[in-house]
Design a protein around this ligand. Structure first.
Ligand SMILES: [Fe+2]
Ligand SMILES: [Fe+2]
Length: 242
C-alpha cells in the first residue's frame, strides 16, 4: 500500500504544513505553478526517489517543525491579500533593484570569464519587468476585487466579467516567472558559486536563490490558496443570487 502522502498534491501538502516547502525546494519539486500534481507522480516525472522525499517529510514532522506560518486557508481574503502584499510584494520591491545592481557589478567584473553572466542579466531584467508589472496589476485590480468579496452579500459587478479572467492572466504570468527562475537556476548551476567567486558574486547568487524561494512561496499562496478561495466565494455569491 502506498504512503498516504503519495497521492496528495504538492500544493495541498504545503497548504497543510507550510514548512514542507523547504523540503520541496531542496528536491526542486515545483509546488507552486505545478502544485496540482500528486507527490508520487511529481517524483516519478523528475526521476527522484519518492521514499527519500517521504523520509525528509517525516524527519520534518519528527523535528516538530515550528509552524510560524498562519493557516491561510482560515484567514479572510483581505487578510491573505494584505499579507501577500506586505510580505512578498514588499520583498520584491527591495530585492529586485538590489539584484539588478549586484548583477551589473558582477557582469562588469567577471563577464569575460563567465559569459553566461550576460544571459543571466538579460533573463533577470525580463523577470524584473514582468514581476513589477504583474504585482502592480494584482495590487490595483485583482486584490481589491478579492477584498470586495469578503463582505459582499451579493455578487459585486466586476468590470472584468468574472474573477476567472484576471486570475487566468495572473496564472500565465506566474508560469512565465517560474520558467525564468528555472533558467536562472540552470545557468548558475543551482546558484552555486564558482571557484574563487568574490563576495559580490556570492551575494548575487544568494540573492537569486532567495528570490527563487520567496517567489515559489508567493505564487503558491496565490495559485493554491487565494485564487481558488476567491473563485469559490464568487461562485457561492453567484449561486445565492439565483
Ligand atoms: Fe503577488
Ligand atoms: Fe502573482
Amino acid at each position: 500500500m502506498s504512503h498516504p502522502l503519495t497521492n496528495a498534491t504538492l500544493g495541498h501538502l504545503v497548504i497543510e504544513r507550510p514548512g514542507r516547502a523547504k523540503v520541496f525546494e531542496r528536491w526542486e519539486l515545483d509546488y507552486c505553478c505545478g502544485g496540482d500534481r500528486p507527490l508520487g507522480d511529481a517524483c516519478k516525472q523528475k526521476g527522484i526517489d519518492l521514499q527519500a522525499v517521504l523520509d525528509d517529510l517525516q524527519a520534518l514532522d519528527a523535528a516538530g517543525a515550528t509552524e510560524t506560518e498562519i493557516d491561510w486557508t482560515k484567514a479572510s481574503l483581505t487578510e491573505l491579500a494584505d499579507h501577500i502584499e506586505a510580505a512578498h510584494h514588499a520583498y520584491l520591491r527591495e530585492a529586485l533593484p538590489r539584484l539588478t545592481f549586484l548583477i551589473e557589478k558582477v557582469v562588469n567584473a567577471h563577464g569575460e570569464r563567465h559569459p553566461e553572466l550576460r544571459d543571466i542579466q538579460v533573463i533577470f531584467a525580463g523577470l524584473r519587468t514582468e514581476l513589477e508589472v504583474h504585482t502592480g496589476k494584482e495590487e490595483r485590480i485583482l486584490f481589491p476585487l478579492c477584498r470586495l468579496l469578503d463582505d459582499a452579500e451579493m455578487l459585486p459587478p466586476f468590470h472584468c466579467g468574472s474573477l476567472r479572467n484576471p486570475i487566468y492572466v495572473m496564472e500565465i504570468e506566474h508560469d512565465n516567472a517560474g520558467r525564468a527562475l528555472e533558467r536562472l537556476r540552470i545557468l548558475t548551476h543551482g546558484f552555486a558559486p564558482p571557484k574563487g567567486a568574490c563576495g559580490t558574486y556570492r551575494a548575487m547568487l544568494d540573492g537569486l536563490a532567495e528570490l527563487e524561494a520567496d517567489t515559489h512561496l508567493h505564487i503558491h499562496k496565490e495559485n493554491n490558496i487565494l485564487f481558488p478561495r476567491a473563485l469559490a466565494r464568487e461562485a457561492a455569491l453567484a449561486a445565492a443570487g439565483h
